[in-house]
Design a protein around this ligand. Structure first.
Ligand code: SF4
Length: 307
C-alpha cells in the first residue's frame, strides 16, 4: 500500500489522540495541527503531540474565531461557542495547510452522535460541506459508519482498520486508550472558554462596547474582576499579584489606557483601557480603594461589576 499522509486536528482530548493512533494503524503517516486563540488553551495539544511523538503545527485562529462570534452562521451552542462554524473553518484551514504541505487528507477525532449539536450526523455533513474538503476529511473513530473517503477508496488508508464508534458512551475509547497506552488526557468537555457562562458575560460586554478586534483586550478577558461604569469606561481589576503584574505589563499595548493603584495601602492594580469621563475615572479610583486592604464601599460599587 502506497503511503498516505494525514494532518489530524489535535485538541489534546482523548478522541483526538486516539484518531492519530488509529490512522497510524491504518497505514498513514500523521502530523497534528491545533488552532490557537485567546479562548482556547493549546497546552494539552502540545503535551499530547509530544506524548504521541508527532509534529504539531500551530495555527493562529483568532481573527477567524472573532469573525464567527460576530456572525455565527449556524448559531451558538450553550454559551457563545459557534461550534459548527468553528469546527468547519478549522477543518478548512487545516485543508489549506494540507494542500500547501502536500498531505493527502485532514482527520478529526469526531465521533458520530457524541455531541448533540456539533457531532450529530447532520452536523458532520454540514462541517464536511462547509470545509470544502469533500472526500478528504477522514473521521477514523466513526469512519465505517460514514461514506468511504478518497484515501480509503484509493486503498491507501486501510478502511478495515478504522472504527465504527457512535454515541455518547466512552467505554470503547477508554478501552482503546488502554490498548494504545494513552494515559494522559483532559476531560472531553474542557478547554474552550467560549463554552463558559462567566467568561462569555465578559466577552459579550466587550463585544457590545469596545468590540472584539483589539488583541490585547481579548488576551486580558480571562484576567481580573470586570466593571462597566455609567459613562461606558471599563475597569479590569487584578485579583492577585500575578494579575496585577500582567495588567501593568500590557499598558504599553493600549495607548489610551490608565493604570490605577491605591498608594496608601496594599491592594489591586486596575487597568482602564479607555477613560470616557472624569466621573468614570473617579469611580475607577473608588473601586481600587474599595478592593484594597481595609478599603470600604464595595457594596455600592458592586452594582457596576460584570463578574
Ligand atoms: S468548543 Fe470552542 S474551539 Fe471547540 S469547536 Fe466549539 S467554539 Fe470551537
Amino acid at each position: 500500500m502506497a503511503t498516505c499522509r494525514g494532518l489530524s486536528l489535535m485538541s489534546g482530548g482523548l478522541d483526538s489522540q486516539l484518531a492519530v493512533r488509529v490512522l497510524q494503524r491504518a497505514g498513514a503517516e500523521v502530523e497534528a495541527v491545533c488552532f490557537s486563540t485567546p479562548f482556547f488553551d493549546i497546552s494539552a495539544a502540545r503535551t499530547a503531540a509530544d506524548a504521541l511523538g508527532v509534529k504539531l503545527h500551530i495555527v493562529d485562529f483568532t481573527d477567524d474565531e472573532v469573525s464567527l462570534i460576530e456572525n455565527p452562521l449556524h448559531g451558538f451552542g450553550g454559551a457563545m461557542n459557534p461550534c459548527i462554524d468553528c469546527h468547519a473553518l478549522m477543518i478548512r484551514r487545516a485543508g489549506e495547510l494540507m494542500s500547501r504541505l502536500g498531505y493527502d487528507f485532514v482527520a478529526t477525532g469526531e465521533v458520530q452522535g457524541q455531541r448533540p449539536m456539533s457531532q450529530n450526523r447532520q452536523s458532520l455533513g454540514i462541517v464536511e460541506k462547509c470545509s470544502g474538503l469533500k472526500g478528504r476529511l477522514v473521521r477514523p473513530m466513526s469512519a465505517k459508519l460514514l461514506e468511504p473517503t478518497i484515501p480509503e477508496t484509493e486503498g491507501r488508508l486501510a478502511r478495515e482498520k478504522l472504527l465504527d464508534i457512535s454515541g455518547r458512551g466512552r467505554e470503547r475509547q477508554i478501552a482503546l486508550a488502554a490498548e494504545f497506552g494513552i494515559v494522559d488526557y483532559p476531560s472531553p468537555a474542557g478547554g474552550c472558554k467560549l463554552t463558559e457562562a462567566g467568561f462569555c458575560r465578559k466577552l459579550k460586554d466587550l463585544k457590545d462596547h469596545e468590540g472584539l478586534r483589539n488583541r490585547t483586550l481579548l488576551d486580558l478577558l480571562a484576567t481580573g474582576r470586570r466593571f462597566r461604569l455609567p459613562d461606558g469606561s471599563s475597569v479590569i481589576l487584578g485579583r492577585d499579584q500575578g494579575e496585577n503584574a500582567l495588567l501593568a505589563s500590557r499598558i504599553s499595548d493600549l495607548p489610551s489606557a490608565v493604570l490605577l493603584t491605591d498608594d496608601s495601602r496594599p491592594g489591586p492594580t486596575a487597568l482602564v483601557p479607555v477613560v470616557k469621563t472624569e466621573a468614570d475615572l473617579e469611580l475607577a479610583r473608588q473601586i481600587v480603594h474599595a478592593w484594597s486592604r481595609g478599603g470600604s464601599g464595595r457594596e455600592t460599587l458592586k452594582d457596576y461589576q460584570i463578574c
